[in-house]
Design a binder for this molecule. Structure first.
Ligand SMILES: [Zn+2]
Length: 284
């Protein structure tokens, strides 16, 4: 039953999340434990301040990366966001590829300058990004592509580009959030998780209540909010990419049902994308 299922899953995710200091991540279940170290760096930014996008792609992955990237850039959303970061001299977006979490991706290694401004972050793409569908509970958009009803339009490159859009959603959100708060959350979330694991998972522990007040939510609440922002950006990408009315409406219907089952408090951000003009599909 879903009403019982979600709390169990929430606990599971909380436990998994607490095993590594990932700020934003998703992974296939079997890949989750392999993921590591994507937490924000709090050291002063020693990079050049010229910003832009740094693509650190090993030669052996270059060909597949270009395919995924061109798929992302085939949409207005992808092009607009890429251009925004490519021309942002105050922020450096690094993109690399790793064999850790092969079918997933992470966004982390956040950097701030001495003035407290967010000046950089790294998106790490799995080397097999074009395979594997994340869990529906926190990834209703990416998971929707696994549905056989839209198998005609889903390719590996489309899946990979949707995952890239999810990661760009994390960066967009990080830059759109008060930098001091975002940095504080990144600093305190691992502390919260450590205490949570050591106190018998008691969220009423005064230490955890204090941390939650400082961060603006529990570690899990902040984490899931960030994941759903990533998913909202993935949906924005798919909205552009899938212009054929029937396919788009079938896809959005699938997303809606998953959001209502697992992410009801966050439904508005998905609904707004579905209903943005020109809207081809009803959310109901
Ligand atoms: Zn994510």
């Amino acid at each position: 039953m879903r009403t019982f299922y979600k709390p169990v899953c929430l606990l599971l995710i909380a436990l998994l999340s607490s095993l590594f200091p990932t700020v934003t991540h998703y992974a296939q279940r079997q890949g989750a434990l392999a993921e590591r170290g994507a937490g924000g760096s709090l050291s002063p930014n020693r990079q050049s301040s010229r910003g832009g996008i740094k693509e650190e792609i090993p030669d052996k992955y270059r060909e597949r990366y270009e395919v995924w990237k061109s798929e992302f850039l085939s949409t207005e959303t992808g092009r607009r966001q890429w251009e925004m970061y490519a021309h942002n001299e105050a922020f450096t977006l690094t993109i690399n590829i790793s064999t850790d979490n092969r079918q997933g991706a992470t966004t982390g290694k956040y950097k701030w300058n001495d003035a407290g401004e967010l000046t950089g972050a790294t998106i790490t793409l799995g080397s097999q990004l074009d395979e594997g569908y994340p869990d529906p509970i926190y990834y209703p958009v990416m998971n929707s592509l696994s549905w056989s009803g839209i198998s005609e339009i889903v390719s590996g490159r489309l899946l990979a580009a949707t995952k890239i859009a999810h990661e760009f959603g994390h960066i967009n959100r990080a830059l759109g959030t008060d930098a001091t708060l975002y940095r504080l959350q990144n600093q305190l979330m691992p502390v919260y998780k450590r205490i949570f694991l050591s106190n018998g998972h008691d969220t009423r522990d005064p230490r955890l209540l204090k941390l939650a007040r400082q961060m603006g939510g529990t570690s899990l609440e902040i984490w899931e909010d960030r994941e759903y922002w990533g998913e909202a950006n993935a949906m924005l990408y798919l909205r552009d990419r899938i212009s054929e009315k029937n396919f788009r409406c079938v896809l959005f219907s699938r997303i809606r049902r998953t959001v209502e089952a697992y992410a009801e408090p966050y439904a508005d951000r998905f609904k707004q994308i579905a209903q943005a003009e020109p809207s081809l599909c009803r959310w109901q």
